[in-house]
Design a protein around this ligand. Structure first.
Ligand code: FES
Length: 534
């Protein structure tokens, strides 16, 4: 019987299972909850999920689901076998742990005057998550925040799969635009209702995102983003009427889109630069935002260099056998004091462990390396807790009788390779930026880690495996959702907008793939050691 892949959102958990199994069976196998009052007989109509691709509706689908829901890809999980690789969104599931807070430079900010009585919403539109902040524009105080997974995730984890979907299907571009617009409407509605304000009071929006998110939201052609030399259709900042964009809430607000820097470096990186005042620092600062695409910025006393590193989604758990996003049930940290005994695990929500999120993945590789079970080159050696699986060698994190687990969770040799590729991309990018700017590791005053992954990882372990350039741990500073902080400044200040637009034009972008010896540098960067590849 052929096996098919089912990927569940928002957890990101995945399973390869016989095609004769239903979506409900696959979810149960992973320990995921889907309401199923009639135990899969197609009677209760409670097991609805959104699937991509969506098979033809069954009779039970037609009985229990509206036509609009069926058109949206909603199906009853118990009624559909996994005839093909499928992505499934469970609507009732606990939301992923989404990082909302961030820190910004303590330098003084310009805030527009004459905004009495007005409210604004700053939006960080990420590939995986969307975070929206409601601000009182009179004083810049935040009065609400809301977050969600980016609903486009059903069309792929990374920007390239979204771009491919936008180009492949006739309606692809429209679908991706509409689905994210409706999510933004929902977030705006939630914020307005919690703060008890009307849509008319919301006069401004600011939106920062990578170029693919920017283009897909605006319904722009994405062909040039998907092929070399990877150019955005629009680089400059935009100021649009919300209604013209297609929002049905806050229609009269003006929506400011931060400028794109290059094909894979967008307004979110511009906002990161702004929030940390990297253009004005008198120090040498390296900034890294590790997501499915890693953005790296180097400021040499205000002169800016940046690049994008294709880190892939290993740190989001997506290419890891038992990987998942950081949400309830994810093991977020692992401690291996004795590699022959069961590791200590720390599970989000203190519940039954379901899988491994990015921070745990870094802990595991660093500690297996320290104990000699994984070599510098990534090879896994035999040991008491190294077991054979259908994917080769694997280190046993938990068995059903350990740590309150109800299933075996392992970290495979293949997973080590995925981490090597991801960390190799980041380290190679940072090294090339530094070399281009004539900077050595000892010159770096600060390394700022932006984003959720950078906030939750243990920097000691990230440094030990060479995910980051080998600098003193005290100089590594997590700054949280720095792009969101930048979006708030862009919401509040016309002067900061003008400033960042000038800064973006002066930022030196490096296309890594075109860099001489990139392949060699990348291969050296995949070694699990605290050493620069150059
Ligand atoms: S479990 Fe009742 S309809 Fe699917």
């Amino acid at each position: 019987m052929p096996k098919k892949l089912a990927v569940f959102e928002p957890s990101g958990l995945r399973i390869k299972i016989d095609a004769s199994n239903t979506i409900l069976d696959a979810a149960r196998e992973l320990g995921l909850q889907i309401s199923s009052e009639c135990a899969g007989r197609g009677i209760c109509g409670k097991c609805f999920v959104t699937v991509e691709p969506a098979a033809n509706p069954s009779e039970a689908d037609i009985t229990h689901l509206s036509e609009i829901d069926r058109l949206r890809g909603i199906r009853l999980a118990c009624q559909h076998e996994l005839q093909t690789d499928t992505r499934v969104v469970i609507p009732q599931a606990a939301q992923a742990k989404i990082l909302m807070g961030g820190t910004a430079s303590s330098m003084e900010w310009n805030i527009d005057q004459d905004l009495t009585g007005q409210k604004g919403i700053a939006i960080d539109l990420g590939t995986t998550t969307i975070v929206a902040y409601l601000l009182d524009m009179e004083n810049g105080i935040q009065i609400g925040q809301a977050a969600s997974l980016n609903p486009q995730i059903i069309y792929g984890e990374d920007v390239m799969s979204r771009i491919a979907h936008a180009q492949k299907e006739e309606e692809g571009k429209r679908t991706l635009k509409d689905i994210v617009l409706r999510k933004l409407d929902e977030l705006i509605k939630d914020l307005a209702s919690s703060a008890n304000i009307s849509f008319q009071e919301i006069t401004r929006l600011s939106i920062v995102g990578n170029p693919a998110m920017h283009h897909l939201l605006l319904g722009l052609d994405t062909h040039s983003l998907g092929r070399s030399p990877y150019e955005p259709v629009i680089r400059d900042a935009l100021n649009l009427k919300s209604e013209g964009m297609g929002l049905t809430t806050a229609r009269d607000a003006s929506a400011y889109f931060a400028p794109n820097i290059a094909g894979f470096v967008g307004g979110d990186t511009a906002a990161f630069i702004l929030s940390q005042r990297l253009d004005m620092t008198d120090q040498i600062v390296l900034g890294i935002d590790i997501g499915t695409n890693g953005e790296i910025v180097l400021s040499v006393r205000g002169d800016l260099f940046c690049c994008s590193a294709a880190a892939g989604s290993a740190f989001e758990g997506a290419t890891i056998k038992h990987g998942m996003r950081g949400q309830e049930g994810a093991i977020e940290h692992v401690s291996i004091p004795n590699p022959d005994e069961a590791p200590k695990i720390y599970v989000i929500g203190n519940v039954v462990p379901r899988g491994l999120c990015g921070s745990a993945i870094v802990d595991i590789v660093a500690q297996l390396k320290a104990s000699g079970i994984v070599e510098v080159g990534g090879q896994m050696q035999g040991s008491t807790r190294v077991v054979e699986t259908d994917e080769g060698r694997a280190y046993l994190i938990t068995d059903p009788d350990e740590n309150g687990a109800d299933r075996r969770i392992v970290f495979t040799q293949k997973d080590v390779r995925q981490v090597q590729l991801a960390k190799g991309a980041i380290l190679a990018g940072a090294s090339i930026l530094m070399e281009s700017a004539g900077i050595g590791v000892s010159d770096i005053d600060m390394l700022l880690l932006a984003g959720a992954f950078g906030t939750y990882i243990d920097p000691r372990n990230a440094l030990a495996i060479g995910l980051l350039p080998p600098i003193d741990q005290e100089r590594v500073i997590p700054v949280g959702n720095a792009a969101g902080e930048g979006a708030k400044r862009l919401l509040l200040s016309t002067r900061e907008r003008t400033l960042i637009e000038k800064v973006v034009k002066k930022t030196n972008y490096l296309e890594l793939a075109r860099y001489e010896n990139f392949d060699k540098i990348f291969v050296r960067s995949t070694l699990l050691e605290a050493k620069m590849p150059l």
